[in-house]
Design a protein around this ligand. Structure first.
Ligand code: FES
Length: 448
């Protein structure tokens, strides 16, 4: 089913590219990160075009829960421990700045997208200490954070970290308005990038700067993002006839439910799992059981799922794509925080491309040092991927197509929840006929 955002918005259709063009910068992907990057580059005097394989906002932007927040789980205490206070400070500034910039832009342009300032909460039903530590760490970095014991949730909590001055909005209404200010070619699929030339099925674009903002980079080498990212799916219900909280909530216990209001609906999310690891299904069912328990008599208006790119150390990769390609850039790995991640990366990439000083560059750099956590994640990701690859020789159960992922060959797994074939290695997804839904794969499965 489509998300509440898709049902409530209408983005004007754009033409496809026709023939070859030259420009200063080309952005691949017209989601939130791509459109924002293109907008700020244009503001800085850099002629930019955006190439989109489908429609504006038709990737992961249409499936977000659209929380504009610097509260990214229990992150600040960990960032200080692992990267040091200075780097943690830059991460906090980049994301707090992103909230302020959304507000400024929306006010300046009068964008009608339901932008509402509110608090964001991380809650637990079992523990206080990690929350207290997180509140203290965030406060020490200049975020208005506090530890609280009250909440608007329909169950008792042992505590919550409150961040003030956060926000929520309608992402596609915002995107529709901003996209009016940039040049986008829709239904223009990138086939290849060589040097500064981007080859599409509708013509070639030659640009001084090439920006990959298409969720999971589809090129394997250079960059090797496939070895240091995987994808997670999670599920959302939009419920009517239930009490609506002022704040936005995210659980830090294993259950990890999230809550936020949107119009007359409550968006309740959860059930995260690695893509391709859901053979038994049950994500929506779990949410419906919880809804019945907390909000008896609720009405379900929408349900949908989201897919997020996860990095090994939990910090996005934003900056130079690879040392070998100094004028290629990337914005990916936002985890579940794509709204602030997109805004922060748009600013960072614009600074890099226009030669401005950018103190936040190091913490987001795709070339940053591996942390211990990242090294451990790398090992388990490699083992997991090796298992998926090893299975590719087993006979497949599909009738018309070979159930091996065209990206790197891993055996696809059936996802009964959404009736799709999902790749456990890096998260590509295919419909029942083997046709591509989500990358990094670029093509449909091979016919038998
Ligand atoms: Fe990489 Fe399937 S997404 S092998």
């Amino acid at each position: 089913m489509e998300s509440i955002w898709v049902a409530e918005s209408n983005i004007r259709k754009r033409q496809s590219l026709s023939g070859d063009i030259k420009t200063d910068a080309v952005v691949i992907g017209a989601g939130m990160a791509g459109i924002l990057t293109s907008y700020y580059l244009k503001q800085a005097g850099v002629n930019t075009v955006v190439l989109e394989a489908k429609r504006i906002g038709s990737g992961q932007t249409q499936n977000t829960t659209a929380k504009i927040t610097s509260q990214h789980g229990l992150i600040y205490d960990r960032l200080i421990q692992v990267f040091g206070r200075q780097m943690a400070y830059h991460y906090a500034r980049a994301n707090e700045g992103a909230i302020g910039e959304y507000e400024r832009l929306i006010q300046q342009k009068g964008i009608d997208c339901g932008f509402t300032k509110c608090s964001a909460y991380l809650y637990s039903r079992a523990q206080e200490l990690p929350l207290k530590r997180e509140a203290e760490a965030a406060r020490s970095l200049g975020i208005p954070a506090s530890f609280e014991t009250d909440s608007e949730l329909p169950f008792p909590v042992s505590g919550a970290v409150r961040f003030e001055g956060q926000a929520r909005f309608h992402p596609l209404k915002f995107l529709a308005a901003l996209a009016e200010e940039v040049t986008v070619y829709e239904e223009t699929k990138v086939l290849k990038v060589e040097g500064q030339q981007v080859e599409t099925d509708r013509g070639n674009v030659t640009a001084e700067h090439v920006i990959f903002a298409s969720h999971f980079p589809f090129l394997n080498i250079p960059g090797y993002y496939f070895a240091r990212m995987y994808q997670e799916r999670s599920y959302v219900l939009a419920l009517e006839g239930v009490p609506l909280p002022e704040g936005m909530y995210l659980g830090v216990d294993r259950e990890e439910l999230s809550f936020r209001a949107q119009g007359d609906c409550l968006l309740m999310g959860g059930g995260s799992h690695r893509t391709g690891k859901n053979q038994a299904g049950g994500g929506y069912e779990m949410l419906r059981k919880k809804a019945e328990e907390y909000y008896s008599g609720y009405r379900e208006r929408f349900y949908w799922s989201a897919q997020d790119c996860m990095t090994l150390d939990g910090v996005p990769y934003v900056g130079q794509f690879s040392k070998r390609k100094p004028r290629w850039y990337v914005a990916t790995g936002f985890g579940k925080w794509g709204m602030t991640g997109s805004m922060a990366s748009a600013h960072l990439l614009t600074s890099l491309i226009t030669g401005k000083d950018c103190p936040q560059g190091d913490i987001f750099s795709p070339q940053r040092q591996f942390t211990m956590k990242a090294a451990g994640e790398l090992l388990s990701h490699s083992i997991y991927t090796a298992k998926g690859l090893a299975k590719h020789l087993l006979p497949g159960k599909t009738k018309d197509f070979v159930p091996n992922c065209p990206h790197m060959g891993c055996r696809l797994e059936w996802n009964p929840e959404e009736e799709t074939y999902d790749c456990p290695c890096h998260g590509s997804r295919f419909d029942q006929r083997g046709q591509l839904i989500d990358g990094p794969a670029q093509t449909d499965c091979k016919k038998k």
